[in-house]
Design a protein around this ligand. Structure first.
Ligand SMILES: Nc1nc2c(ncn2[C@@H]2O[C@H](COP(=O)(O)OP(=O)(O)OP(=O)(O)O)[C@@H](O)[C@H]2O)c(=O)[nH]1
Ligand SMILES: [Mg+2]
Length: 315
C-alpha cells in the first residue's frame, strides 16, 4: 500500500532475461502486485520470472499468446489492475530503465487526488542531452512537440516516456482494447485522457541508459508511424472533445486554417510558374495567395490558443 492505496506495477516485458530479475528485486515494498506481461519472449525471460515467483509472492506472470507490442502488454496489465480494483497502476518497463527512486513522486499526485495521470519528463533534467542517445533525443523532442498539438496537453514534454502512473478513475474509463499497441502507446493514451478532461502532471527525472538494456526500437521507423498516429488521434480528439461530447468553435478555426493553408500551395506554384515562364506575376493570383497564407496561419494559431485555454486547468 502507498499512502493507504492499493498499487499495481505493470511491467511489459519482451526478451528481458538479463534485466527482469533486477526490476523485480528492486521493486519497493509498498507495491502490492508486480504484474509482468510477457509478450511472447523468445529467450529465457519466463524462466527467470518463474524463479522470482518462488521468492516474491507479489509477482504475477501473464503470458501473451501472440506478440502484441509494448502498448498491448501495458493494456493487459491495466485491465488486470482495473478488474482487481487497484487504486493506481504504475508502468515500469522490464528493461530496468525506470529507477524506482522516482515512484513516490509519480504516485503522490495520484493518491492525493491531485492528478489522474503522471509521467516522468527526462528532457528537463539538465542531463538529457548528455545521457540520451542523440537520435532518440531529437526524435523524442519532435514527437513531444507534435504530441502537445495532438493531445491538448500543452504543458507536458517527453511524450515518449513510458514511466507513468494512472489513477482508478482513468483505469475504469479508458477502453484499453482501443489503445495503440506498439511504441505510440504513450502518445495515444495522452490523447484519450484529454478527451475525458483528466489532469496530467510531468515529474522531472534523470534519464537512465546503458544499464545492460537493449532497445528494440527502430527510431527512424517509429518517428513516421507515431507521427501518422498523432495526426489521426488529433482529428479524433477534435471530433470527440469539441463536437460530440461538448462544442467549441476552435474546430472551425482549425479546419478553415488547414483549408486555406492547403490551397495556398497550388496558388504559390502558379505564381512561380508565371514568374519563370512569362516573367510576370498575376496580381489576383498573388493577392489570393497572400490572403490564404495569412488567414490560414492566423486561423491555426487562434485554434491552438483556444485549445490551450480550454485545457489550462488539466495540469
Ligand atoms: N520492442 C518490444 N518491446 C516490448 C514488446 N512488448 C513489451 N515490450 C517491453 O517494452 C519495454 C520498452 O522497450 P524498449 O525497446 O526498451 O523501448 P524504450 O525503453 O521505450 O526506448 P529506448 O530504451 O529509449 O530505446 C521493454 O521493457 C520491453 O521489454 C514488444 O513486442 N516489442
Ligand atoms: Mg528501453
Amino acid at each position: 500500500m502507498f499512502e493507504g492505496k492499493k498499487v499495481a506495477a505493470v511491467v511489459p516485458c519482451y526478451n528481458e532475461e538479463t534485466q527482469i530479475k533486477n526490476v523485480i528485486d528492486t521493486m519497493p515494498s509498498y507495491i502490492d502486485s508486480i504484474v509482468i506481461i510477457d509478450d511472447c519472449s523468445t529467450d529465457n525471460t519466463i524462466q527467470v520470472v518463474q524463479n522470482s515467483i518462488l521468492q516474491h509472492s507479489k509477482v504475477i506472470l501473464i503470458e501473451h499468446e501472440k506478440n502484441q507490442g509494448v502498448g498491448g502488454a501495458i493494456a493487459t496489465g491495466y485491465k488486470y489492475a482495473r478488474d482487481r480494483d487497484f487504486d493506481a497502476a504504475v508502468v515500469m518497463a522490464g528493461d530496468g530503465q525506470m529507477d524506482p527512486i522516482y515512484l513516490p513522486d509519480l504516485l503522490k499526485p495520484i493518491t492525493s487526488g491531485e492528478a489522474n495521470y503522471t509521467k516522468t519528463n527526462r528532457l528537463l533534467s539538465g542531463k538529457a542531452y548528455d545521457k540520451i542517445p542523440k537520435t532518440r533525443y531529437w526524435g523524442n523532442s519532435i514527437l513531444s512537440l507534435l504530441t502537445k498539438i495532438a493531445s491538448g496537453y500543452w504543458h507536458i514534454a517527453d511524450s515518449q516516456s513510458g514511466y507513468t502512473a494512472i489513477d482508478k478513475k482513468a483505469l475504469h474509463t479508458i477502453d484499453w482494447d482501443l489503445m495503440y499497441k506498439r511504441y505510440g502507446q504513450p502518445n495515444d493514451l495522452l490523447v484519450r485522457l484529454n478527451i475525458y478532461n483528466y489532469t496530467v502532471k510531468d515529474i522531472i527525472t534523470e534519464p537512465v541508459y546503458n544499464i545492460g538494456e537493449q532497445s528494440k526500437m527502430k527510431i527512424y521507423k517509429v518517428i513516421y508511424t507515431i507521427s501518422w498516429l498523432l495526426l489521426k488521434m488529433f482529428f479524433y480528439r477534435l471530433k470527440e472533445k469539441y463536437v460530440i461530447r461538448d462544442f467549441h468553435p476552435l474546430v472551425f478555426f482549425y479546419l478553415s486554417g488547414f483549408f486555406l493553408t492547403f490551397i495556398s500551395i497550388p496558388l504559390f506554384i502558379r505564381i512561380i510558374y508565371f514568374w519563370i515562364a512569362f516573367d510576370h506575376i498575376p496580381k489576383v493570383n498573388f493577392l489570393a495567395w497572400m490572403f490564404s497564407v495569412i488567414m490560414g496561419i492566423q486561423f491555426i494559431l487562434f485554434a491552438m490558443w483556444f485549445d490551450m485555454d480550454s485545457n489550462k486547468d488539466l495540469r
